[in-house]
Write a protein that binds this ligand. Structure first.
Ligand code: FAD
Length: 437
C-alpha cells in the first residue's frame, strides 16, 4: 500500500456503493482510501446483468457516457413455466435507454479507474478484519496485513456478508428469511445467434424473468424465480432462491438451476451454448421493514450491507450508487463541520429517506412478506390455474366453450379453500394500496 497519512474517509469494499462514495468525496478534494479484499475489481462480485444509467449520470455527469455496455435493455419478458407449457408476456420499448447490460468486472473496473484518475487511493488484496474504536466512536480499521489506518469517517460498503457492520453494532445476525441465494451460469453463444434467437437488433438487449419451472416432483414450491440476461457474446441464466426454501427443502441450489435449464422454453434459448462460468452470491432481503442502523459515531453503512436492494425489480447497483453518493456527501459535511458524531452523520439517513432508494423500498415493503406467507398460492396454485386457463382457451375440443369456463371456475373455487382465496385477495390489495399511497 502507498504511504498514506491524513485519510479523511476510509471506504471498505470497492463495489458500486463504495466506489460511488469514494468518487463523491474525492470530487470535494477529500483524501479517500478504498480497501478491497480482491486483487482485481469486480472478481468477487456477481449479479444478473443490468446497470441503471440514471444513477451513473447523477454520479459522473456526462462522463457516464464513457461506460461501454454490451447491450441496452429494450426487451422485458415475464414467463410462467408449468412443466413444458409456457405463458409469456413480452414488452419491447425501442426507445428504452435506462439500463445497460454489462459484466460486473467491466462495470466495477470502469468506476474504479474513474476514481483512481480523480486521485482516490486504493489498497487491493487487503481485507479489513476489524474496526478501531475510541470509546463508542469508530476511528479507523485494522487490516489482515497488520496495519491500523485511521480516518475521520469510515464507510462500510462490504456488501452482503456484513461482518464489519455487525462489529460496528449496526446490524444483527440475519435469519434465513432475510436473504436470497443467487446461482448463475454464463453461457457462451455467438452474437448473431443471440440476436436471432431473442429477436434483437444490433446492441438491443433482453431480460427474462421466469416464474415456476424450478419445483421438484411432489415437493412444495420454493420461493424463488429464474432470470436470463443477454450480453453481446453470451447469456447469463440463473435462479434466486430464498435461503428459507433452501434450508427447508434440502434441495441443492444447483438442482434448481438445472431444473430451470432443462425446461423446454429455457433450454431452447440456451441450446448449443457452452457454460464458461458458474457463480453464486447472496442478496439481502431485509428491505424497508428490517432496515439496520445506518450510521453511528464515525461510520456510515451503504449498499447491500445496509440491505438496500429492490428485489422486485432486480435493482441493486443503482440503490448502492445512490446510497454511496449520499454517504459521501454526508462525510464531506461532517469534515467541514469537524463533527463525526451521530448528530451530524444522521444527515445520511435523512437524505436516504428523501431519495428514490427508500421510496422504492417502502413501495414494496409488504410484497416480500406476502410472497413468503402466500408462497404456495403464488408459486403453485395460480401458476397452475393460469396454465389451465390458457390450455382451455386455446383448445378446440368440440365440447362447447361455456361448459369449459364453468368447469374451470368451479374447480378454481373448489381446489382451494375459500378462506385462502380471501386471504390472497386481501394480501394482494394491501400490497397495491401500500404501493400507491
Ligand atoms: C444473483 C444476483 C443478481 C443480481 N442482479 C442485479 C442486476 O441485474 N442489476 C442490479 O442493479 N443489481 C443486481 N444485483 C444486486 C447488486 O449486485 C448489488 O445490489 C450491488 O452489487 C451492491 O453493491 P455494493 O457495493 O453494496 O456491494 P458489492 O457489490 O457486494 O461490493 C462489496 C465489495 O466489498 C468487498 N469486501 C467485502 N468485505 C470486505 C472487507 N472486509 N475488506 C475489504 N473488502 C471487502 C467485496 O470484495 C466487494 O468488492 C444482483 C445480485 C445478485 C446476487
Amino acid at each position: 500500500m502507498e504511504n498514506i497519512n491524513d485519510i479523511d474517509v476510509i471506504v471498505i469494499g470497492a463495489g458500486p456503493s463504495g466506489l460511488a462514495c469514494a468518487i463523491t468525496c474525492k470530487k470535494e478534494n477529500k483524501n479517500v482510501l478504498v480497501i478491497e479484499r480482491a486483487s482485481k475489481f469486480g472478481v468477487k462480485n456477481m449479479y444478473g446483468g443490468a446497470v441503471y444509467l440514471e444513477s451513473l449520470k447523477e454520479l459522473l455527469g456526462n462522463d457516464y457516457k464513457n461506460l461501454s455496455v454490451d447491450r441496452i435493455v429494450k426487451n422485458h419478458n415475464w414467463v410462467i413455466l408449468n412443466n413444458d407449457n409456457s405463458l409469456k408476456v413480452s414488452y419491447k420499448n425501442k426507445d428504452a435507454k435506462s439500463s445497460g447490460i454489462i459484466t460486473r468486472y467491466s462495470f466495477d473496473n470502469f468506476l474504479a479507474e474513474y476514481a483512481k484518475n480523480l486521485g482516490v487511493y486504493f489498497a487491493n488484496e487487503t481485507l479489513v478484519v476489524d474496526l478501531i474504536k475510541k470509546g463508542n466512536k469508530i476511528v479507523g480499521v485494522k487490516t489482515d496485513k497488520g496495519e491500523e489506518i485511521y480516518s475521520k469517517v469510515t464507510v462500510i460498503s462490504e456488501g452482503f456478508n456484513s461482518v464489519l457492520a455487525k462489529k460496528a453494532g449496526l446490524k444483527t445476525k440475519m435469519k434465513p428469511n432475510d436473504a436470497i441465494l443467487g446461482i448463475k451460469e454464463v453461457i457462451r453463444l455467438d452474437y448473431e445467434t443471440i440476436n436471432q434467437r431473442f429477436n434483437l437488433k444490433e446492441n438491443e438487449g433482453a431480460i427474462y424473468e421466469f416464474f415456476g419451472g424450478i419445483k421438484g416432483d411432489n415437493t412444495e414450491p420454493p420461493l424463488g424465480m429464474g432470470f436470463l440476461y443477454t450480453y453481446k457474446n453470451f447469456v447469463t441464466v440463473g435462479v434466486g432462491i430464498s435461503m428459507k426454501s433452501l434450508t427447508d427443502s434440502k434441495t441443492k441450489p444447483y438442482e434448481y438451476l438445472e431444473r430451470l435449464k432443462s425446461n423446454e422454453f429455457v433450454s431452447s434459448l440456451i441450446k448449443d451454448g457452452e457454460v464458461i462460468e458458474y457463480s453464486a452470491h447472496s442478496i439481502p432481503e431485509t428491505g424497508y421493514k428490517m432496515l439496520p442502523k445506518l450510521y453511528c459515531d464515525g461510520a456510515l453503512l451503504v449498499g447491500d450491507a445496509a440491505g438496500l436492494v429492490d428485489s422486485i425489480h432486480f435493482e441493486g447497483t443503482n440503490l448502492a450508487i445512490k446510497s454511496g453518493m449520499l454517504a459521501g456527501q454526508t462525510a464531506v459535511i461532517a469534515i467541514q463541520k469537524n463533527d463525526y458524531s451521530k448528530n451530524t452523520l444522521k444527515i445520511y439517513k435523512e437524505m436516504l429517506f428523501n431519495s428514490f432508494v427508500m421510496d422504492d423500498l417502502k413501495t414494496y415493503k409488504n410484497v416480500i412478506s406476502v410472497l413468503y406467507e402466500r408462497k404456495n398460492s403464488i408459486f403453485s396454485y395460480y401458476l397452475n390455474k393460469a396454465d389451465e386457463f390458457f390450455k382451455l382457451f386455446t383448445t378446440a375440443d368440440n365440447k362447447g366453450k361455456k361448459q369449459g369456463y364453468r368447469k374451470f371456475i368451479k374447480a378454481f373455487f373448489k381446489d382451494r379453500p375459500i378462506k385462502d382465496l380471501i386471504v390472497d385477495v386481501i394480501s394482494f390489495v394491501k400490497c397495491v394500496i401500500n404501493a400507491i399511497i
